[in-house]
Design a protein around this ligand. Structure first.
Ligand code: SAM
Length: 239
């Protein structure tokens, strides 16, 4: 067979709150996480964005750049199926895939001018800060939303919905940071209610371990106590 290879050039880099993979939701729109798509000089041409404001949602195609060097796996563990069950890479949304390409539907929050450059605002992202975007396409409900689509494994993928509580310190930090990050409390709630711990820990309703979410330049400490997610501390990441 003829070997075909293609060069792919990022068209943009996306800024997101997520500084680490841990705590990023498994799919888009599970948290109202904002993203700022910043175009590279070659693609910062305003003509490329003409008409984009007419679409409510967009597909972002991107590279799983953080895990790319680890290559791909033909089969991936699916802990939610129980035991050591696996799924084929093409039957999964695994990050370890040939070509490392990811795709997410996100909400279009509009185009804005920042320092004379056009940036694209989106929300509902499941992407690491700094992820290279390789293409953007409009989401077309008539073609992309299929009423008769099924996912037989959906029942295994039920997403936890735990109550999230905040310590006095965390609540007062949120207040003091409100001007900089007005949606931060909602973002923390959206992310943590899904219990980002590994699936095998989900049955633990009291977990002695303190976990951390790296959001923006902040370190958010949390634990699972009595079935709830308790945010014990929010502090600058470098403190
Ligand atoms: N919606 C996309 C898809 O289906 O192609 C991504 C799904 S993937 C299961 C989502 C996970 O990818 C996130 O929870 C995060 O752990 C990981 N992730 C996000 N951005 C990444 C990046 N740039 N490099 C590697 N992993 C990333």
């Amino acid at each position: 067979m003829t070997k075909l290879t293609f060069d792919i050039t990022p068209i943009a880099i996306i800024d997101t709150p997520f500084q680490q993979k841990f705590t990023i939701p498994r799919q888009p729109n599970l948290a109202n996480a904002p993203g700022i798509v910043k175009f590279t000089p070659e693609f910062a041409d305003p003509r490329c964005l003409k008409g984009i404001e007419t679409f409510s949602h967009l597909w972002l195609l991107f590279i799983f750049h953080e895990t790319l060097s680890r290559g791909w796996k033909a089969a991936v563990k699916a802990p939610r199926l129980g035991g050591n069950n696996t799924l084929g890479v093409f039957a999964s949304r695994s990050t370890h895939r040939p070509n490392g390409i990811g795709m997410s539907v996100v909400k279009n929050e509009g185009v804005k001018d920042v320092d004379g450059q056009k940036v694209l605002l989106v929300s509902g992202v499941d992407l690491l800060n700094g992820t290279p975007i390789v293409d953007i396409k409009p989401y077309l409900p008539y073609a992309d939303a299929l009423d008769n689509a099924t996912d037989p494994l959906e029942r295994y993928a039920s997403i936890p919905n735990r109550e999230v509580t905040f310590s006095e310190q965390a609540a007062s930090y949120l207040q003091s940071a409100h001007n900089r990050y007005p949606q931060l409390q909602q973002l923390i709630q959206d992310i943590l209610r899904q219990d980002p711990r590994p699936a095998y820990k989900h049955k633990l309703n009291d977990d002695p371990k303190t976990y951390h979410a790296a959001l923006y330049d902040l370190d958010v400490s949390w634990r699972v106590i009595d079935g709830r997610i308790h945010v014990s501390k929010i502090a600058p990441a470098d403190s």
